[in-house]
Design a protein around this ligand. Structure first.
Ligand SMILES: [Zn+2]
Length: 319
């Protein structure tokens, strides 16, 4: 369920949105399968009921795809607003035939860019948009059908569509129903999918390339090391960061710490000693640590430093 908007993009935001939607789809198919199985267990003969259920999921799919496109378009609009240096934004009417009653009073209203309503705009089926403006703010009230002037109604985003996607990097948030209903199994399914996608373009044996953002100035990109980093990246955002590092799209900032390999391992412990020796064999001599900010969160990135003079991602952790 990729939208054209994100499939075409090559920016870090596109990578983030793509992973977010892949995750949502993984959770959704898990929930869908589970419902179908439960239904089959209840009544093995009622095939018609299950077909109806699949129909419902398919119909819902259309609304979801439209929302993915909307959230991506909105993020793009936000980037344009920021690039244009606009301080105020105008709410543009919905292009949908069925308009949301609670949004109509907002049509053509102008608010400051930091108004919190921009985080609550997205509701299932809504096709409103926005544009940066140099005009003054409008009075925040509206005139109803009886010519009565009223304050604007309260805004509320649909569950799972909270926040401004350009700032959070999320198309669907963790409050989305499928994500909340998902479990470890759905999460592993997502991890596997994203790993396959990220590893596919990397040639066997890997390669080393210059990366001025690293303190050694060189990055090794290999299937094994990326797989390791993805396994050590707990959140979906951390996995995207691992990919962005291999694409050299992350500004790592200044190294905050260097650790010799031996410092990390208690060599009197047999298990630790074995791990240590495996790393020595692989050429690891230590770790560089970096700290970055990414869509409102801080991350700690541990890069393995190799005796061959390059670094490769190892652990990416949200702080
Ligand atoms: Zn709307």
């Amino acid at each position: 369920m990729y939208s054209k908007e994100i499939a075409a993009g090559g920016s870090e935001m596109a990578d983030l949105f793509r992973a977010n939607v892949t995750r949502y789809a993984a959770y959704k198919s898990f929930v869908c399968d589970k419902l179908l199985q439960e239904d089959a267990a209840k009544d093995a003969d009622k095939q018609a009921g299950r077909e109806k259920m699949i129909d419902r999921f398919n119909r819902w799919q259309y609304t979801e795809e439209a929302m993915v496109a909307k959230r991506c378009r909105r993020a793009k609009q936000w980037e344009e607003i920021e690039a244009g240096g606009f301080e105020r934004i105008k709410w543009l009417p919905s292009v949908s035939i069925e308009k949301r009653a609670e949004h109509i009073p907002y049509y053509n209203q102008i608010f400051p860019k930091d108004w919190d309503g921009w985080d609550k705009q997205d509701v299932w089926g809504c096709k409103c948009s926005m544009v940066g403006t140099y005009r003054k703010e409008t009075p925040h009230e509206w005139t109803d059908e009886n010519d009565e002037v009223k304050p604007l109604p309260e805004l509320k985003a649909s569950r799972g569509l909270e926040g401004n996607p350009a700032r959070t990097g999320e198309v669907f948030t963790d409050r989305a129903a499928y994500v909340r209903k998902g479990n470890e199994e759905a999460s592993l399914f997502f991890s596997k999918k994203i790993r396959e996608e990220y590893l596919a373009p990397i040639p066997d044996g890997g390669y080393t390339i210059g990366y001025s953002s690293l303190s050694t100035g060189a990055l090794h990109i290999g299937k094994k090391s990326l797989r390791r980093a993805l396994n050590h990246a707990v959140t979906w955002q951390s996995k995207v960061i691992a990919k962005l590092i291999t694409d050299r799209k992350i500004d790592m900032g200044k190294r905050v710490l260097y650790e010799y390999l031996g410092e990390r391992y208690d060599l009197t412990d047999e298990v630790m000693r074995r791990k240590f020796l495996a790393k020595v064999k692989r050429g690891v001599i230590g770790y560089n640590m970096y700290e970055i900010e990414f869509y409102g969160n801080k991350y700690e990135i541990l890069m393995e430093v190799s005796k061959y003079g390059y670094e490769q991602p190892y652990v990416i952790k949200q702080k």
